[in-house]
Design a protein around this ligand. Structure first.
Ligand SMILES: [Zn+2]
Length: 473
C-alpha cells in the first residue's frame, strides 16, 4: 500500500505539443530543445541532441543513435530547419542526457518525470529467455495476444531504449517495444515465429521461457534442432558438472593496508566485513557446505588473488562482503550487486569506490574508464549472469527479512573482484558505515549475526532452487 502511494506521488507530468503521424507520437526538435533545455543540430548525416558535453548522434540514414546512449529511433522526419522524432525515443534520450527519468505516456500523450530510480531494474533477452529484474513490490503478468506477447507490469517503470531489435534469425523474437502509461509499463514481444511461453516468477525476478510452437514450418525446423525440443534445452543445466552447490568462497573485502571505507568514528570496513564473513563461514559449514575464506585475518590481498583463490577451489558460488560508503550521513540499507554494466550514477560510484583498491596494486595511475572497460570486456561472468542475478535476489531478500533494514535492491555494476571468477558471484554492501546509526548496528555482534543468517538463508534458498531445477537428486 505504501508502495502504491509512493508510486502515485513520485512522478509529475508535463504536457507538451506533439503531433500524431503513422501511428507514432512525434516531438519536434524545437519542442525537445525547449522542454528539456537541450541543444539540437542538424547536419548532412546526423541529427545531434546535446546537453553540455554529453551528446547523442542520430544517423539520418538508418536512424540508429550513438553517444551517451545507444539505440534505434522508430521514426524521424528531418528537413534543414526542423525535425520530428518519435516521442518515446525523444524523451528517453532527453532523460539520459539530463540524468533524469523521463517517460512518454502513450495513452495520455504527455511526459512523465519520476523522481525515483526505475522500479524495473533490468531487461535481459537471451535466446529463449526473457528476464526482468524488478522491485519486489511489482507483480508482472504475461499474456498471449494474437501473434504477440505482452508483459504488463503495473506501477513499474523501466528506463532504457524503447525499442529493442533482434537481428539474429535464431532469436525467437524480432523486437521488444516498451511503452508506458500512468498505470505502468508494457513490454510487447513481437515473435519471429509462432511461440508459446512459460512463466517463472520469484521475488524480484520475472522470467519468460519462450517455447517455439510445434506447428513450425519445415524451414524453421532446419534452423536448429534444439528449438524442436525447447523445453529440454531450457531445462538442461548450462554447466552439467556444476549442478550441485556445495563449495562457497566467502570474500571479506579489503584488508591490511587497504581499510576500505572509514567512518568518522574510525570504524573500518575491513574489520566489520571480516567479522561478518567469519560468521557466514561458520554458519554455512554447519549446513554442510565447504567454505573457503579469501582472507581470515587483517591482510592485504589483491583483487586478482581473490579470483584466483575462488577458481582454484572450483567453487560453486562466490560471495564478496563489503560495507557501504556515502558522502551524506543519511544513506542506509543493504544492496546486493552482480557483475554487469552499471545503469545509474550510484551503481557506478559504488563500483568505483570498491575498485579504487587498484591504487594499492598498481604503481602507475590507471584511467578509471579503461579499468571499467577491461572489467566488463571478456568477462567470465557473462556465463553466469542469470545465476548471479538470482543469487543476488535470494540473498538480498533474505538479508532484508532477517535484519529488517532498508531494501535498496539488487543492483549491477562493474566490480573488478567479480570479473575473473568462474562461478555465480555477488557483492553485498551490508550497510553504510557512514551512517552513525547503521555503523553502530554493523559493529554489534548481534546484528552481524543477523546479517550472516540472512546471507546463509539466501544461499540455501538459491541452492534449493537450482538443485531442484537442474539437478537429478
Ligand atoms: Zn568495500
Amino acid at each position: 500500500m505504501a508502495f502504491l502511494l509512493a508510486f502515485l506521488l513520485s512522478f509529475k507530468v508535463l504536457n507538451i505539443p506533439y503531433t500524431h503521424k503513422n501511428n507514432y507520437d512525434l516531438l519536434s526538435l524545437a519542442v525537445i530543445s525547449k522542454t528539456f533545455d537541450l541543444e539540437t543540430a542538424i547536419t548532412d548525416t546526423t541529427v545531434n541532441i546535446s546537453f553540455g558535453t554529453d551528446a547523442v548522434y542520430i544517423n539520418r540514414e538508418d536512424l540508429s543513435y550513438q553517444g551517451k546512449v545507444n539505440g534505434n529511433l522508430k521514426y524521424m522526419e528531418v528537413d534543414s530547419q526542423n525535425g520530428f522524432i518519435d516521442a518515446e525515443n525523444a524523451v528517453y534520450i532527453a532523460g539520459a542526457l539530463k540524468g533524469n527519468y523521463y517517460y512518454w505516456d502513450r495513452t495520455k500523450h504527455r511526459v512523465i518525470e519520476s523522481a525515483y530510480t526505475p522500479s524495473i531494474k533490468s531487461l535481459n533477452a537471451q535466446g529463449n529467455l526473457i528476464r526482468i529484474v524488478h522491485n519486489i513490490d511489482l507483480e508482472p503478468e504475461a499474456y498471449n495476444k494474437d501473434s504477440i506477447i505482452e508483459i504488463k507490469i503495473p506501477y513499474g517503470f523501466y528506463f532504457g531504449p524503447p525499442y529493442i531489435y533482434f537481428d539474429d534469425v535464431h532469436s525467437p523474437i524480432k523486437e521488444i517495444e516498451i511503452t508506458y502509461s500512468s498505470h505502468g509499463t508494457v513490454f510487447t514481444l513481437k515473435p519471429r515465429r509462432k511461440i508459446k511461453f512459460k512463466i517463472r516468477s520469484s521475488t524480484g525476478l520475472f522470467t519468460l521461457m519462450l517455447i517455439s510452437s510445434t506447428t513450425e514450418t519445415q524451414e524453421t525446423n532446419k534452423i536448429t534442432n534444439i528449438e524442436k525440443h525447447p523445453e529440454a534445452s531450457v531445462n538442461k543445466p548450462e554447466k552439467p558438472t556444476h549442478n550441485k552447490i556445495d563449495v562457497v568462497v566467502i570474500d571479506p573485502g579489503h584488508g591490511g593496508k587497504d581499510p576500505g571505507a572509514i567512518s568518522k568514528r574510525g570504524t573500518k570496513e575491513k574489520d566489520i566485513v571480516l567479522s561478518i564473513a567469519r560468521k557466514v563461514a561458520k554458519k554455512l559449514r554447519k549446513k554442510g557446505f565447504k567454505v573457503i575464506l579469501t582472507r581470515n585475518k587483517d591482510v592485504f590481498i589483491t583483487l586478482g588473488q581473490r579470483a584466483r583463490i575462488a577458481n582454484k577451489s572450483k567453487c560453486d558460488l562466490f560471495v564478496s562482503i563489503h560495507a557501504n560508503y556515502s558522502k551524506g550521513k543519511r544513506a542506509h540499507g543493504v544492496e546486493t550487486y552482480f557483475l554487469s554494466e552499471a545503469r545509474t550514477k550510484w551503481e557506478r560510484s559504488v563500483a568505483a569506490f570498491e575498485n579504487s583498491v587498484i591504487k594499492y596494486e598498481l604503481k602507475e595511475k590507471v584511467d578509471e574508464k579503461n579499468i571499467l572497460k577491461w572489467i566488463l570486456g571478456d568477462m567470465a561472468q557473462n556465463e553466469f549472469l542469470r545465476e548471479s542475478q538470482d543469487l543476488a535476489a535470494f540473498v538480498q531478500e533474505s538479508i532484508v527479512k532477517k535484519t529488517g533494514c532498508l531494501d535498496r535492491g539488487v543492483k549491477q555494476a562493474g566490480f573488478y573482484v567479480l570479473r575473473g571468477v568462474y562461478a555465480p558471484s555477488i557483492l553485498i554492501e551490508t550497510g553504510f558505515i557512514t551512517n552513525p546509526k547503521e555503523e553502530k548496528k554493523l559493529r554489534s555482534k548481534k546484528y552481524q549475526n543477523r546479517l550472516a543468517d540472512g546471507i546463509v538463508s539466501g544461499i540455501l534458498k538459491y541452492k534449493n532452487y537450482y538443485e531442484r531445477k537442474y539437478g537429478k537428486y
